[in-house]
Design a binder for this molecule. Structure first.
Ligand SMILES: C[S@@+](CC[C@H](N)C(=O)[O-])C[C@H]1O[C@@H](n2cnc3c(N)ncnc32)[C@H](O)[C@@H]1O
Length: 420
């Protein structure tokens, strides 16, 4: 009974951006639907705690509905909420955090308004490509699918990244056989675009020459290639590649992690600096290539820990001995409470899985200030619960939306010990 149609009214937005409605004691997840809208929907397969449904006809529009900004909206998996008016959209992102905390018993959390980064600001994009007869398709994956939307526009990414898509598509067309897949990780740096091609094939001399010519024609700062899971080999190093964190220059290894937008990064750095305040000794965990370590080191003695060897090497080079940089697997070998207690403040910015052990050890430590940066409200809320149970007070959370129109949100949270 997957093609039955029913009339529903959407209650609210879910964490993935779908409209949620109750029907026949079942929860329905409806893409491109807003709270208050009356819809005729076709019931689809089971999904999570309910089932999916697709809109057959919208019988009424929400007052908050607006025209989507992109022709690919609805198909492209990158965006889920282009059709919602900005204040309601910003509030939804904030609510994602408030609700995740509430589920952990943290009520009335001091969550400020969301800072929303404007369109055209993404400085880093991961394009997917697949070979076809007659040329490659290049863009982003469709929602819940491996199919790729061949993008003709993208209002999210910065214009220089979009300008790269046509030559990149042409290049992939020469490299990918039908059905063969590849990726391109493009980052705007202070030196120009750093591009890493991920293709599971060897490169003969002709391919290398073609790629070096492509790097020149598109004025890339650097072009590298790697097999999936392999390390990058630089094919064209046309300029030394640098980024800057709050004005402090940093070495940028091929395809390294940086925050998704410059505006988001600036806001994150400002929040972290305000959070650590006048701390004289700071431990920066999951430090990457130094987004927070390098600006913090202007005023404090910083120790940075990070798992990725290339990032560790880059941060050590950027800091020129001013920062103690340690390679460490923080999931398996988190600093214990004794080590943590030697610092005035600890900053941690883990991957989506969060920082469970770091939070547990912080809870047992005597650290006065902890600043959490997170891109996942669920794991953040788990770790916040641990810190609060360990005697920290949650002073402030700043939501920063640098993943425009997606269901992701970034945040910075400040915790202080009740009685240091
Ligand atoms: C969200 S990024 C943050 C990086 C940096 N703070 C920034 O803002 O650019 C998370 C970082 O954690 C590192 N990482 C992931 N898992 C790790 C682990 N088990 N141990 C240490 N570092 C890890 C990644 O290499 C990455 O640099």
């Amino acid at each position: 009974m997957t093609d039955a149609t029913v009339e529903i009214v959407v209650d609210r937005l879910g964490a993935g951006g779908d409209g949620i409605a109750e029907h026949d004691r079942q929860r329905l997840f409806v893409p491109n639907a807003l709270p208050g809208e009356r819809l005729l929907v076709r019931l689809g397969p089971a999904r999570g705690e309910g089932r999916s449904a697709t809109v057959v006809r919208r019988l009424s529009d929400a007052e908050t509905r607006i025209e989507a900004a992109c022709r690919h909206f609805g198909r492209c998996g990158g965006c889920v909420l282009q059709h919602l008016l900005r204040p309601a959209y910003a509030d939804w992102k904030r609510t994602l955090i408030v609700e995740a905390l509430a589920r952990r018993g943290i009520a009335d959390a001091p969550v400020t308004e969301t800072l929303v980064v404007p369109p055209g600001n993404r400085r880093r994009a991961v394009f997917s490509a697949v070979g076809r007869q007659g040329g490659a398709v290049l863009g982003f994956a469709e929602a819940q699918s491996h199919a790729i939307v061949d993008i003709a526009e993208c209002p999210v990414i910065a214009p220089p990244l979009f300008r790269l898509t046509a030559p990149l598509r042409a290049t992939f067309s020469t490299m990918l056989g039908p059905g063969q897949r590849g990726q391109a990780i493009a980052t705007m740096t202070m030196s120009g675009i750093d591009l890493v091609l991920e293709i599971d094939r060897s490169l003969d001399l002709a391919a290398r020459e073609r790629l070096a010519a492509f790097a020149g024609e598109t004025d890339l700062a650097r072009l590298s290639w790697r097999r999936p899971g392999g390390s990058a080999e630089t094919l064209a190093a046309r300029r030394t590649v640098h980024v800057g964190f709050d004005g402090v220059p940093a070495v940028f290894p091929p395809g390294a992690f940086v925050q998704a937008s410059l505006a988001g990064e600036a806001a994150l750095i400002a929040e972290v600096l305000a959070g650590v305040g006048a701390a004289k000794t700071i431990l920066d965990l999951y430090a990457g290539i130094g987004t927070f370590s390098l600006p913090m080191a202007r005023k404090a003695k910083v120790t940075a820990m990070e798992g990725d060897p290339e990032a560790v090497k880059a941060l050590a080079a950027s800091s020129r001995g001013a920062i103690t940089v340690e390679r460490r697997d923080l999931a398996r070998d988190a600093p214990d409470e004794k080590l943590l207690s030697g610092f005035d403040a600890v900053v941690f910015d883990p991957p989506r899985s969060g920082a469970r052990t770091v939070a547990e050890n912080l809870a047992r430590s005597s650290v006065a200030t902890a600043v959490a940066v997170s891109c996942n409200p669920q794991t953040f809320a788990r770790d916040a619960r641990t810190l609060i149970d360990g005697g920290f007070r949650l002073e402030r959370i700043r939501p920063i939306d640098q993943f425009l129109w997606s269901s992701h949100v970034e945040l910075v949270a400040l915790f202080r010990r009740e009685t240091p």
